[in-house]
Ligand binder design. Structure first.
Ligand SMILES: NC(=O)c1ccc[n+]([C@@H]2O[C@H](COP(=O)([O-])OP(=O)(O)OC[C@H]3O[C@@H](n4cnc5c(N)ncnc54)[C@H](O)[C@@H]3O)[C@@H](O)[C@H]2O)c1
Length: 287
């Protein structure tokens, strides 16, 4: 080691130490939320895994606790603001403080305008309402509860999507609208909570192999279609969101707020591929 150089472990501790922090991750029974809860717990945070799937979240919390993690589970529908507030308040009590909140729970809105069922005239109103309640309202409820219960200097991280940053004809209207909406919520809340030193940021994943939409992305043709829209030529694994999640929860991101980070294998770096371009309609322009 060079004289005066900081020890490797000391550098990692200075930048990425989350030991003892109290955390809540919503949507933690599966996929990206579970991967986030796992990395925080592995690094020594005290984590509440919150999810609407009571069996799933209890099972994962027991599994992680069996590996020595300081974790517990809570059942919540993020569309219910009172229930969300209760989960965050109880987490603060049980963990001693609430320092990190991941507003990650979300659901699919079904197909997008590339298929007839996802086109404007076919969108089901009840499904639109539910997706907006969960994917936009649930994030707002989690931000509000975090504003009440998170410690000064804490972190709030929202899971958006690349479908909220640019048009994505593969996903449903409500999904795209909600994921764009949460980016705006992150802008607003970063200004609001910045005065308390609370940092608010968003992760915008591309195509990640999870159980969303019934795990459709695991089907080879679907995976291939999504993979072809990336620079890396493949879809991602939930574990590939862990590094960014840990960064946003840790001292390393102390001057980062109001930002949205893509984890998408380069999908947003590319112009649309022929497969997702609309077919030109001759004579469609007025006049
Ligand atoms: N997988 C992807 O390609 C992808 C891409 C961009 C964004 N996202 C977003 O990532 C987040 C996590 O999704 P995922 O892909 O890991 O899917 P997933 O289905 O594997 O996990 C989502 C979890 O959220 C829970 N959940 C759903 N509705 C809930 C509610 N109302 N209250 C509480 N919990 C609820 C589910 O029970 C599930 O455990 C979502 O916000 C999703 O929109 C996923």
């Amino acid at each position: 080691m060079t004289a005066g150089a900081e020890d490797r472990a000391a550098v990692l501790d200075r930048l990425f130490d989350v030991r003892g922090l109290g955390a809540v991750v919503t949507g933690a029974a599966s996929g990206i939320g579970l991967a986030i809860a796992e990395v925080l717990a592995s690094c020594g945070a005290r984590v509440t895994l919150a999810d609407a799937d009571a069996d799933g979240v209890a099972r994962e919390a027991v599994r992680l606790a069996g590996q020595g993690a300081d974790v517990r589970s809570a059942v919540v529908d993020v569309a219910d603001p009172v229930a969300v507030d209760t989960v965050l308040r109880e987490a603060a009590e049980v963990h001693g403080s609430l320092d990190v909140v991941f507003a990650n729970a979300g659901m699919s809105a079904g197909p997008g305008p590339t298929t007839p069922d996802g086109q404007l005239t076919a969108v089901d109103q009840a499904r639109w309402d539910r997706v907006i309640q969960v994917n936009l309202g649930g994030v707002f409820a989690t931000l509000q509860a975090a504003a009440r219960h998170v410690s000064d200097g804490g972190r709030v991280v929202v899971t958006s999507s690349i479908a909220g940053l640019a048009g994505d004809p593969m996903v449903g209207y409500a999904y795209a609208a909600a994921k764009a909406g949460v980016v705006a919520l992150v802008h607003q809340a970063s200004a609001d909570l910045g005065r308390r030193g609370v940092l608010v940021n968003a992760i915008a994943p591309g195509s990640i192999r999870t159980n969303i939409a019934g795990g459709r992305i695991r089907e080879p043709e679907v995976a291939e279609a999504f993979a072809s829209a990336t620079v890396l030529g493949r879809i991602g694994d939930p574990s590939e969101v862990q590094g960014l999640a840990l960064f946003l929860a840790s001292p390393a991101s102390s001057y980062v707020t109001g930002a949205t980070f893509t984890v998408d294998g380069g999908a947003t770096a590319m112009r649309p591929l022929p497969a997702v371009r609309a077919t030109p309609v001759v004579g469609a322009l007025p006049g």
